[in-house]
Design a protein around this ligand. Structure first.
Ligand code: UTP
Length: 294
């Protein structure tokens, strides 16, 4: 087993891009066909060989914890009606990882959410996965994005983050890094939160997968609010970069920004097409529909 034993998933944000549904339903619990978005993220963690998940939750997010808990009444009903397959599927979910949940009492920013994990994570290296970003391996043999980052960390013992190239018109939606290409990775020397297109140092964007050494906590401690008055993870990452302690790497994976309405619908269609029960019917429907569309 590697040195990364915990993953932190922040889910305490307000989800304003997905209002009104997110006024009572956590964005992370929105369904991708029949599974909540967050389950895909937790599965990515489990497939990286990590067993402990630190969930940062907030008010109106109890549905998330309930999902990973047992539901004895439901289990008994499934047992009585002989729905063994569904029962096994639920058991598999409950046993996938250990869930440790911590409340972020106020959504003060992603950096603040990550800092909430310090009492559980201490000084160990750990992975961070944004709960509304879906990353799937393109083939069953491909390691998950989190596993790819863990591998680079094991090799270098340096915090490593996933990056992807985006169009100039998109840079203002992301944290953007600047750095120098080395052999298998990029040595980061700057990180900027959502820059305007004309001020972006590059078009290498952060899609929400990270592995940090415990040192990130010392940079998050007492970090003043940054862009939009929020405590920004990118500001702490910038400090790591200034100390020459941050790497970035492109990843092999399919990525869906499911925290955005269009990205969410695209994820549902593409994952729906692979679904054993409805995939073929959905394909037929989409074919028919495309004939009707102008
Ligand atoms: P986002 O900014 O994408 O999520 O934060 P949001 O704030 O929920 O959504 P919008 O932008 O208002 O629509 C990235 C991740 O960080 C978490 C969010 O839950 C999301 O998974 N987050 C953000 C926290 O846990 N706490 C915060 O204070 C801010």
């Amino acid at each position: 087993m590697g040195s990364i034993k915990k993953a932190l998933i922040p889910t305490a944000g307000l989800g304003t891009r997905f209002l009104p549904i997110t006024s009572s339903v956590p964005k992370e619990m929105l369904p991708i066909v029949d599974e909540p978005l967050l389950l895909h993220v937790v599965r990515e963690v489990a497939m990286a060989g990590i067993e402990d998940v630190v969930l940062i939750t907030g008010r109106r997010k109890t549905a998330i914890e309930d999902f990973f808990d047992r539901h004895v009444e439901l289990e008994e009903a499934l047992e009585r009606s002989g729905k063994q397959d569904l029962l096994e599927r639920l058991n598999e979910i409950r046993n996938m990882v250990n869930i440790i949940s911590i409340r972020q009492k106020q959504a003060l920013g992603l950096g603040h959410a990550v800092y909430m994990g310090k009492p559980v994570i201490g000084n160990e290296p750990f992975a961070v996965l944004l709960g509304d970003e879906l990353m799937l391996p393109p083939t069953p043999e491909t390691p998950t994005v989190t596993k790819q980052l863990c591998d680079t960390y094991e090799e270098t013992q340096i915090s490593t983050v996933a990056i992807m190239e985006v169009a100039k018109s998109e840079v203002s939606k992301y944290g953007i890094i600047a750095g120098k290409k080395e052999d298998k990775w990029i040595r980061v020397h700057d990180v900027v939160e959502k820059p305007d297109a004309d001020q972006a140092p590059s078009s290498w964007a952060l899609p929400g997968r990270y592995v940090f050494s415990g040192e990130i906590f010392s940079h998050l401690e007492n970090l003043p609010p940054g862009r939009n008055g929020e405590i920004q993870l990118t500001d702490a990452m910038c400090k790591l970069a200034q100390d020459n302690k941050l790497l970035a790497r492109f990843f092999d994976g399919l990525r869906y920004d499911a925290g955005d309405k269009l990205g969410y619908l695209i994820a549902n269609i593409e994952i729906g097409l692979q679904h054993p029960q409805i995939g073929e019917s959905l394909r037929q429907y989409l074919k028919q529909l495309s004939g009707k569309l102008k």
